[in-house]
Design a protein around this ligand. Structure first.
Ligand SMILES: [Zn+2]
Length: 67
Protein backbone atom coordinates (compact mmCIF):
# COMPACT_ATOMS: atom_id res chain seq x y z
CA UNK A 1 0.00 0.00 0.00
CA UNK A 2 2.91 2.30 0.67
CA UNK A 3 4.09 2.04 -2.91
CA UNK A 4 0.60 2.72 -4.21
CA UNK A 5 0.42 5.84 -2.08
CA UNK A 6 3.69 7.12 -3.49
CA UNK A 7 2.43 6.55 -7.00
CA UNK A 8 -0.67 8.62 -6.43
CA UNK A 9 1.53 11.42 -5.09
CA UNK A 10 3.60 11.29 -8.26
CA UNK A 11 0.52 11.94 -10.34
CA UNK A 12 -0.43 14.79 -8.02
CA UNK A 13 -3.13 13.02 -6.05
CA UNK A 14 -2.48 13.46 -2.38
CA UNK A 15 -4.07 12.56 0.91
CA UNK A 16 -4.06 15.13 3.69
CA UNK A 17 -2.96 14.60 7.22
CA UNK A 18 -6.31 15.61 8.72
CA UNK A 19 -4.86 17.02 11.92
CA UNK A 20 -2.84 19.54 9.92
CA UNK A 21 -5.62 20.77 7.66
CA UNK A 22 -6.37 24.48 8.04
CA UNK A 23 -8.78 26.88 6.41
CA UNK A 24 -6.85 29.69 4.72
CA UNK A 25 -9.86 31.89 4.03
CA UNK A 26 -10.09 30.69 0.47
CA UNK A 27 -9.61 26.96 0.66
CA UNK A 28 -8.33 24.15 2.80
CA UNK A 29 -4.61 23.69 3.06
CA UNK A 30 -2.76 20.78 4.56
CA UNK A 31 0.17 18.42 4.42
CA UNK A 32 0.15 15.21 2.48
CA UNK A 33 0.52 12.32 4.87
CA UNK A 34 2.47 10.35 2.29
CA UNK A 35 4.95 12.78 0.76
CA UNK A 36 4.74 15.70 3.23
CA UNK A 37 4.19 18.38 0.62
CA UNK A 38 1.86 21.30 1.17
CA UNK A 39 -1.39 20.61 -0.63
CA UNK A 40 -4.57 22.55 -1.31
CA UNK A 41 -8.05 21.15 -1.51
CA UNK A 42 -9.56 21.65 -4.95
CA UNK A 43 -12.74 19.71 -4.56
CA UNK A 44 -14.27 16.70 -2.91
CA UNK A 45 -11.34 14.39 -2.12
CA UNK A 46 -9.21 16.31 -4.60
CA UNK A 47 -5.96 17.49 -3.09
CA UNK A 48 -3.29 18.99 -5.29
CA UNK A 49 0.13 20.42 -4.60
CA UNK A 50 0.09 24.04 -3.55
CA UNK A 51 1.75 25.75 -6.55
CA UNK A 52 3.34 28.34 -4.26
CA UNK A 53 5.32 25.73 -2.37
CA UNK A 54 5.60 22.95 -4.94
CA UNK A 55 9.13 21.73 -5.29
CA UNK A 56 8.77 19.29 -8.16
CA UNK A 57 11.45 20.77 -10.37
CA UNK A 58 12.00 24.40 -11.15
CA UNK A 59 9.87 26.49 -13.47
CA UNK A 60 11.59 27.13 -16.79
CA UNK A 61 11.58 30.88 -16.27
CA UNK A 62 13.55 30.64 -13.02
CA UNK A 63 16.18 28.42 -14.58
CA UNK A 64 16.79 30.81 -17.47
CA UNK A 65 16.84 33.95 -15.33
CA UNK A 66 20.25 32.97 -13.94
CA UNK A 67 22.00 33.56 -17.25
ZN1 LIG B 1 1.51 13.31 -1.48
Amino acid sequence: MQILSRLTCLINRHRPNRRKVVWTGKQFSGRCKHCGHTIMRQGHRKWRLDPATARYGEPETMRHSRN
